[in-house]
Design a protein around this ligand. Structure first.
Ligand SMILES: [Fe+2]
Length: 164
């Protein structure tokens, strides 16, 4: 009976390698929420962009939201690998307030510029997750977060180049 109670209240695997994974898991869940926020905003740009940049932006944003969608799965599965349940509340990205809402009728330059800003901001948050994971001696999460930093910085550069 006691064992059963423990099974429902303890989080299996929360002490992988003898460390406490709470901060890492929370950081991953924040990264997951932020990734979905950016998927949504990227999609809105993909759909609503107009003007001479349409084709380039439409194609580029398609590759970006596909990358983010795959990354969301990796982030969530890393949470599970740490023994934590995955929760997803898109208003709950604790390390990031999330992107400002996208005006569907905004000029292309504004839409792209907003995304550049968002990718930079999110990369900064993900760098914090790298530090948190390194501090927790969790190289797998640090590697995943590092990969995401690289992606978001590259996306910011590529989008920024369109409006330079
Ligand atoms: Fe599409």
């Amino acid at each position: 009976m006691t064992m059963q109670a423990e099974k429902t209240t303890m989080v299996p695997g929360s002490e992988i390698g003898g460390r406490n994974d709470t901060a890492v898991s929370e950081g991953l869940i924040g990264a997951l929420a932020g990734t979905y926020q950016l998927i949504t905003k990227t999609h809105l740009c993909h759909w609503n962009i107009t003007g001479t940049q349409f084709h380039a932006v439409h194609e580029m944003t398609a590759t970006f939201y596909q990358n983010k969608f795959a990354a969301a799965d990796d982030l969530a599965e890393r949470v599970r690998a740490l023994g934590r349940p995955v929760t997803l509340d898109l208003t709950d990205a604790p390390r990031w307030n999330g992107p400002a809402p996208q005006d569907a009728g905004a000029p292309a330059g504004k839409m792209i510029g907003d995304l550049v800003h968002d990718h930079h901001q999110f990369a900064t948050c993900l760098r914090e997750l790298v530090e948190t994971a390194e501090h927790a001696r969790d190289p797998a999460t640090a590697d995943l977060a590092t990969e995401r930093v690289a992606f978001h910085e590259k996306a910011a550069w590529m989008l920024g180049a369109l409006i330079a």
